[in-house]
Design a protein around this ligand. Structure first.
Ligand SMILES: Cc1cc2nc3c(=O)[nH]c(=O)nc-3n(C[C@H](O)[C@H](O)[C@H](O)COP(=O)(O)O)c2cc1C
Length: 341
């Protein structure tokens, strides 16, 4: 069924197709058909991590539902968890269009959306209005116009607003589409940012009598030494988990392809190996820290390879666009079988 929908959707420009697909999914959900789209009931493979009970190991990655406008429908597709955002304190338009490009020969996408979103208050209202009962991560970022030196203020605003509504909160410091953001991954910037967020989050946990884990999402474009420095900083700040990885700025894998030289972050199959390398290095440095592996998963075998590299949970984005909801169950079944082997 998805291959027919896909051939129609792929005739539209990618961002239009994205909106049409999500509106269609909402309709299917209201008609009680969403689970059927995903090929039946959610795969049961429960796991407790960060104090949260995940019904299976396959999540939806951030960026597909930036405003939590489609949470109920996406939550009905068999995911073990859904991450919404990236959200910023104030609404912002993002970069001029076109800003999303398909590279079908490579199973890839390049995007330079630039955190287009309706702002944190909208997202919180949508989460509150939703009926979704599963695990929800809320991914937070900074507004374009906030100087990088003041980034912590934006993350703190978002943290305070989403804390009561999230099962976990992701600090996104790895989008390539907000100038300077990735600098927050390094040196004293990272310790300062994470230190402030840890402190505030612990206070909120105490106020609410409920611990909300903090995760940090990092880029694949890091040397081994840089991964080591990030790992040390995550430990110092008592971060609960790391999400590896965001999109890459590398372009070797798509050189010569149509749209291969577009600015932005490259995702899908070309980022698979790069993200696996970062996961392996993180796992060496952080034997006990939960790792959420994301980047280029387009089959059950690819999901299993992420877990073999060291991930505890995985997330999908580009593979979901190319293969549709059936990929969720395929990956969840593969991971359940790998876990039983
Ligand atoms: C169009 C698009 C928008 C994205 N937006 C976000 C975002 O807002 N926040 C974020 O943390 N990651 C974002 N991502 C990155 C994905 O969550 C994921 O980390 C990355 O695409 C690698 O996974 P994949 O190869 O399965 O797509 C975006 C990816 C795409 C393709």
């Amino acid at each position: 069924m998805y291959s027919l929908a896909r051939s129609l959707l792929f005739r539209l420009d990618p961002e239009t197709a994205h909106g049409v697909a999500l509106r269609g999914l909402d309709l299917a959900h209201r008609a009680g058909l969403a689970a059927r789209l995903a090929g039946g009931a959610r795969v049961a493979d429960p796991l407790t991590l960060m104090g949260l009970r995940f019904p299976n190991r396959v999540g939806l990655a951030a960026g597909l539902d930036k405003n939590a406008d489609h949470l109920d429908a996406l939550g009905a597709l068999g995911f073990g968890f859904v991450e919404v955002g990236t959200v910023t304190p104030r609404p912002q338009d993002g970069n001029p269009k076109p800003r999303m490009f398909r590279l079908p020969e490579a199973g890839a996408i390049i995007n330079r959306m630039g955190f287009n979103n309706a702002g944190v208050d909208h997202l919180v209202a949508r989460v509150k209005a939703s009926r979704y009962q599963g695990v929800i991560g809320i991914n937070i970022g900074k507004n374009l116009t906030t100087p990088v030196e003041k980034a912590v203020d934006d993350y703190l605003i978002c943290l305070r607003k989403v804390h009561a509504h999230a099962d976990y909160i992701t600090v996104n410091i790895s989008s390539p589409n907000t100038p300077g953001l990735r600098n927050l991954q390094f040196g004293e910037h990272l310790d300062a940012l994470l230190g402030h967020l840890r402190e505030e989050s612990t206070q909120l946990d105490q106020r609410d009598g409920r611990r909300v884990p903090l995760t940090v999402k990092i880029a694949p474009d890091m040397s081994t030494a840089e991964v080591g420095l990030v790992a040390a900083s995550l430990t110092r700040s008592e971060i609960d988990a790391v999400i590896a990885t965001n999109t890459t700025v590398a372009r070797e894998a798509v050189a010569g392809l149509a749209h291969g030289d577009e600015q932005g972050g490259l995702s899908g199959r070309p980022v698979f190996e790069a993200s696996n390398r970062v996961i392996r290095e993180l796992r060496q440095q952080l034997p006990d820290m939960p790792i959420i592996g994301v980047g280029g998963i387009d089959s059950g075998a690819a999901a299993s390879a992420k877990v073999a590299a060291g991930a505890d949970l995985v997330q999908l984005y580009s593979g979901f666009i190319y293969h549709g909801p059936a990929l969720v169950g395929e990956c969840a079944r593969a991971l359940r079988e790998a876990g039983q082997a």
